[in-house]
Design a protein around this ligand. Structure first.
Ligand code: HEM
Length: 322
């Protein structure tokens, strides 16, 4: 009998980790955010990295996005999906904190909150305005959290404007402004040869959140050229600055200001940076607006990020204390 009682308790405990059991109040959320920030700061300094280079910021922001692709943000990642390559290391680090928490918060809520805190921290580091992202709780994690075998479709990094707009409209009900705003997340972090095959960061100050992504995109003095990489027998093209330091743009970034619709199956287009026409729609106008107005971008980015982390849960989440 005692054995069955124990099993029952374990089952309840496991189940409880899938949801935020007793709700969250504002004090608990403030405390959780402080612990997440400390985890980011305590990230071990690898050789060649500056003390102020917190790589976890980018990792947690990318994790928020990847967790929300699919029907809803559910605290589950499929590591057999090549699109998720590189996320495991950040999940493992976040697990150490998650497993030590005293409050019963679902992993889906925890990852969403970690993304919000990473964005906030990165904006502070850049002296950008505060990104006003409301955090609401109540997401249910999938039963097998933090892993899943569910396969979700991600946008191809070789795609053009239509491809990107379609994806974000279908996935998050984003319009062109929201889509252009969310892609500024690529201000943070790096592409890694061992993950996507691509190389370089998008901007120089890659641990700080400001509108640099848009100004680099528009800056012709970067000498943007197409370059190919070969990984697993497959060739894919991206854009590389030929000046120092080297930066990258994916076709899906470049397509915000240039028409990438001539791209072949490997992503090579038949025009260069100066000769590629502007793309259909209004994304290039939004890039210009965001490049000249950091405060405007932060406002639009925060709104899009909040919408993204509520994907699939609209109307079912609560503000802390409610
Ligand atoms: C068209 C849509 C997108 C495509 C094709 C795309 C593709 C990529 C690729 C190929 C990488 C490099 C991964 C690696 O090699 O480690 C990357 C990194 C990253 N992405 Fe995206 N992404 C998209 C949208 C987003 C969105 C919406 C967000 C967040 C809201 C985001 C946040 C990031 C961050 C922060 C990194 C850097 C990660 C790190 O430094 O470890 N991306 N993305």
């Amino acid at each position: 009998m005692a054995k069955f009682q124990n099993l029952f308790c374990i089952a309840i405990a496991l189940l409880a980790r899938n949801l935020t059991v007793n709700g969250l109040n504002t004090v608990e959320v403030t405390d959780l955010r402080a612990q997440i920030r400390q985890m980011i700061i305590d990230e071990p300094i690898e050789e060649g990295r500056q003390a102020n280079d917190q790589v976890m910021i980018a990792g947690l922001v990318r994790l928020s996005f990847h967790d929300c692709v699919g029907p809803q943000c559910d605290g589950c990642i499929n590591h057999d999906n090549a699109e998720n390559a590189g996320l495991q290391v950040y999940i493992d680090r976040a697990e150490i904190l998650y497993n030590s928490l005293q409050v019963a918060i679902s992993r889906a809520d925890f990852w969403a909150l970690a993304g919000v805190e990473a964005v906030t921290f990165a904006a502070e580091k850049a002296n950008s305005p505060h990104p006003d992202i409301q955090f609401r709780y109540g997401r249910l994690s999938c039963q097998t959290s933090p892993i899943t075998t569910d396969l979700h479709t991600f946008p191809s990094s070789l795609g053009d404007t239509d491809h990107v707009l379609q994806f974000f409209q279908n996935q998050f009900n984003f319009d062109a402004k929201e889509t252009t705003a969310i892609l500024g997340a690529h201000t943070l972090g790096n592409a890694h040869r061992q993950n996507s095959g691509f190389v370089h960061p998008w901007v120089t100050r890659k641990h700080q959140l400001d509108n640099a992504f848009y100004s680099e995109l528009q800056d012709a003095t970067n000498g943007w050229n197409q370059r190919s990489i070969r990984q697993g027998g497959v060739t894919r093209w991206f854009w590389e600055s030929t000046t120092n330091p080297q930066l990258l743009m994916l076709n899906t970034d470049m397509c915000l200001i240039k028409d990438m619709s001539s791209a072949d199956a490997e992503g090579m287009v038949n025009c260069d940076y100066n000769s590629c026409p502007t793309p259909p729609g209004v994304t290039d106008a939004w890039v210009t607006s965001f490049a000249i107005d950091n405060a405007l971008w932060i406002t639009e980015f925060a709104a899009a990020f909040e919408k993204m982390i509520e994907s699939g849960w609209t109307g079912q989440l609560s503000l802390p204390g409610k």
